[in-house]
Ligand binder design. Structure first.
Ligand code: SAM
Length: 255
């Protein structure tokens, strides 16, 4: 998907992002904020791909100093419309590249967004950029799904959401196992016409993310299956991975 750039997700989704996810993710947001606040230990926090502030605003409401990086002006405009949304400093740019003043006790990248970087090189650069902004005893947290390719047949998957008298919604996904990308197109056909929402992602296995961390001078301290800190197992569908500088004596998270 050549035309899909770092700003595309926001351009396509900023208007409806909160309506799509605020309620759906309420429990997840609460649990993630709880754990991230504990990991921050009262220190300075940086969210990569801060979006409309779903996680950043409740963290700031707990008294933490929260900063952000975000590719999409449209997503940040939505953050700015919210109470206290103007108080969060946000650097517009690519989280794999952009520099922010200062260093942080906690940096986090949640909701599968590491996969929005669509090449392995960009994902590696993102780990380097996070490491560059970490305090000596800082933590970098990545939350994402464990890739699941089980329902792809011949590199393709088609899923329907509804088929009504006057409309249908379905999603087609094309998998490239060589570069680990999936191209999605979500299509709604109705009497009003056809609406298409593309999405493009590069997945990485948990072990590959650990290797990216190593390349950036980080090591994994813990991997949970979810924000409730349940143990990560072979059956886990997602993971919350906490990285620190290799050899650092940071005591968060608790053993
Ligand atoms: C799924 S949303 C997550 C937003 C927010 N972190 C949350 O959890 O609600 C993905 C976000 O990543 C942003 N994004 C995508 N690629 C990016 C990049 N290369 N650099 C910075 N932000 C990026 C999008 O604009 C969007 O705001």
């Amino acid at each position: 998907m050549k035309e899909y750039g770092t700003k595309t997700y926001g351009e396509l989704n900023a208007e409806r992002y909160d309506a799509m996810y605020e309620e759906l993710m309420a429990a997840e947001t609460r649990d993630s904020v709880e754990t991230l606040a504990e990991l921050a230990g009262g220190g300075k926090v940086l969210e990569l791909a801060i979006g409309t502030g779903r996680v950043a605003l409740p963290l700031a409401a707990r008294g933490l100093s929260v900063h952000g990086i975000e590719a999409s002006q449209g997503m940040v405009a939505k953050l700015r419309e919210k109470p206290y949304g103007s108080a969060i400093p946000v650097e517009i740019g690519d989280m794999a590249e952009v520099r922010v003043n200062g260093t942080f006790d906690l940096i986090y990248l949640v909701f599968n967004t590491i996969f929005n970087l669509t090449t392995q090189e960009a994902q590696v650069r993102c780990f380097h950029n996070a490491a560059r902004h970490l305090n000596a005893d800082g933590l970098f947290v990545v939350e994402t799904v464990v890739p699941d390719l089980s329902d792809f047949v011949d590199g393709q998957r088609m899923k329907g959401s509804w088929a009504r008298m006057d409309s249908a919604r379905f999603e087609i996904a094309i998998h490239d196992p060589v570069v680990q990308t999936v191209e999605f197109q979500r299509i709604v056909i109705s009497q009003g016409g056809t609406q298409m929402t593309p999405h493009f992602m590069r997945y990485a296995w948990p072990s590959e993310l650990d290797l990216m961390a190593q390349l950036a001078g980080l090591e994994r301290r813990v991997r949970w299956a979810w924000w409730d800190r349940s143990p990560f197992t072979a059956d886990s569908k997602s993971h919350v991975s906490v990285y620190a500088r290799t050899g650092s004596s940071v005591h968060r998270p608790p053993a």
